[in-house]
Write a protein that binds this ligand. Structure first.
Ligand SMILES: *Cc1c(COP(=O)(O)O)cnc(C)c1O
Length: 494
């Protein structure tokens, strides 16, 4: 299978797409066609372990990799998760389910891909004949950074540098990154928001000067953000696995449709669900949930993407995004795969801060996606009410998806089974979840964890309780226009 750029004619192998991260023209790599999964193939996946299912889905795209090796890599990646199922499906009600994706090493769904990406990238470099050292630059709104650091720590031939908005992540997320171990990692807080971090990083990827300077040092850039297809591919797998779990537990019959509600920021997670549908998974509707930063809700409802608006910091920081990178991949599909049209819109977004899609494209998007957003008060209420009713504690991001899912079900009267994607452990945002459940405002994160455990009786993830005794290693703070200097300092070992 080959991969093409959303903005031009570049065509590469899967290995190259992953090693490179982003196309030379600034576009994102997308599969040339969507590989199909037949219902016979789906049935054959029923008895498989999660790792085997994941390898099967991945191999559909990455046929230049070795299947057995992929399977071993998946087994190794998902053995790092707590419990025996890396992506358990929890039944809440007769047609409501939670897909828990937070049992990995950093307690957010990013682990589903970032425990596997080191293998995909190393192999991708080998297969593409890349011998330089790889520098992975990560812009994070909180969770990707930690998951990338943890996934790549002490990996050979790779360095990881993470930029996060200094005031835009939770205390726990900050502590997770600041205490990161490993000799090949670096973390810098940026005096700005996530969008500026992401724009800076994207610019490095397309700058010839930056590439030239790094080449002198025998270094090439790659990305662990969801602009890298290596991040997306493992995410497609859990939609298949959730569906198969519904079939094997007799909740649905093979071929029945299901809906997914996804808390959305950079549009990576929900795009993976859309890809699964394109591959033949019986998905009816995708509910795109935003927080107070409701640019995607407006876009799906009106067809106008307008980032000229206020940016809010919320209690679901991993969704505090105004430029959702992966939407570009959906635009590519909506446009009938017209790279010139995609490029025009991306240029317009950059220059004017706004673009509008055609009516037929808007109709297409609305037939696939429903959209809603959840404000701060609604987030608190949803966590509280859901715990009251089902004794199920949710994190602040998942609550946005639950809110949007409930709204969609109430208004549409759609009775298709709904799977709400749970993207983080409540223990990752213990203060906010405790506040929602009890009204108590607890300043200390570990005290909040303890109280949350007493309130919910949910098990505390080991990786979070261990943080308390870890040494803070990274304290650097930089202005958004000084990141390049930081990159060079890191590469030069200063
Ligand atoms: C990253 C993240 C999201 C948003 O996912 P996207 O793929 O960026 O849309 C939602 N919730 C949590 C907890 C996250 O870490």
């Amino acid at each position: 299978m080959r991969f093409i750029s959303t903005r031009g004619n570049e065509s590469v192998t899967g290995a190259q797409a992953i090693a490179q991260g982003i196309a030379k023209d600034g576009g994102l790599f997308v599969p040339e066609t969507f590989p199909k999964v037949t219902s016979e193939e789906l049935s054959a996946m029923l008895p498989m372990s999660y790792a085997e299912r994941a390898a099967t889905v991945l191999y559909k795209f990455l046929d230049d990799y070795d299947f057995e090796e992929l399977k071993t890599a998946c087994e190794q990646a998902y053995s790092q998760f707590e419990g025996d199922d890396p992506a358990p499906l929890v039944k809440i009600d007769s047609s409501l389910y939670m897909l828990e994706l937070f049992h990995g090493p950093t307690c957010a769904f990013k682990d589903m891909a970032l425990t596997l990406l080191p293998y995909l990238l190393r192999k991708g470099c080998d297969l593409s004949g890349i011998e330089e050292e790889v520098l992975i630059l990560v812009a994070t709104s909180g969770d990707t950074g930690k998951a990338a650091l943890e996934g790549f720590k002490d990996a050979k031939g790779v360095k990881v540098m993470v930029f996060y908005p200094n005031d835009g992540v939770s205390k726990m997320q900050k502590l997770q990154m600041a205490t990161q171990e490993g000799d090949n990692v670096n973390v810098v807080a940026v005096r700005s928001n996530f969008d500026d971090c992401q724009s800076a990083v994207k610019q490095f990827f397309t700058s010839d000067d930056v590439k030239e300077e790094l080449k002198k040092r025998n270094v090439i850039l790659s990305s662990a953000n969801s602009i890298n297809f290596g991040r997306l591919a493992p995410q497609i797998a859990y939609y298949f696995s959730a569906y198969l779990d519904l079939v094997s537990s007799d909740q649905i019959a093979m071929g029945d449709e299901v809906n997914f509600a996804v808390p959305t920021g950079n549009f990576g997670n929900i795009l993976a669900a859309y890809y699964a549908k394109r591959m033949g998974l019986p998905v009816k509707k995708l509910v795109c949930a935003s927080n107070k930063n409701n640019i995607l809700t407006d876009f799906i409802k009106t067809g106008v993407y307008d980032k000229r608006r206020e940016f809010y910091k919320t209690m679901s920081p991993s969704m505090d995004i105004l430029i959702s990178s992966n939407l570009e991949r959906l635009l590519f599909e909506l446009s009938g795969r017209e790279p010139t049209r995609v490029k025009l819109r991306m240029d317009k977004l950059k220059e004017e801060g706004v673009y509008e899609i055609y009516e037929e494209e808007r109709e297409k998007i609305q037939s696939l996606f429903a959209a809603d957003f959840c404000g701060e008060d609604e987030t608190v209420e949803t966590i509280y009410e859901f715990f009251e009713e089902y004794a199920y504690p949710m994190d602040t991001h998942t609550a946005c998806a639950m809110y949007a899912a409930s709204g969609y079900m109430a208004v549409s009267k759609d009775e298709t089974p709904m799977v709400v994607v749970s993207t983080a452990s409540p223990y990752k945002f213990p203060q906010d979840v405790m506040y929602a459940l009890t009204g108590n405002d607890i300043k200390d994160s570990f005290k909040a964890i303890k109280h949350l455990n007493l309130t919910t009786a949910m098990k505390v993830p080991k990786s979070l309780s261990k943080l308390r005794d870890k040494k803070v290693r990274f304290t650097a703070v930089a202005d958004a226009d000084k990141l390049y200097e930081k990159v060079l300092e890191f590469v030069d070992g200063k």
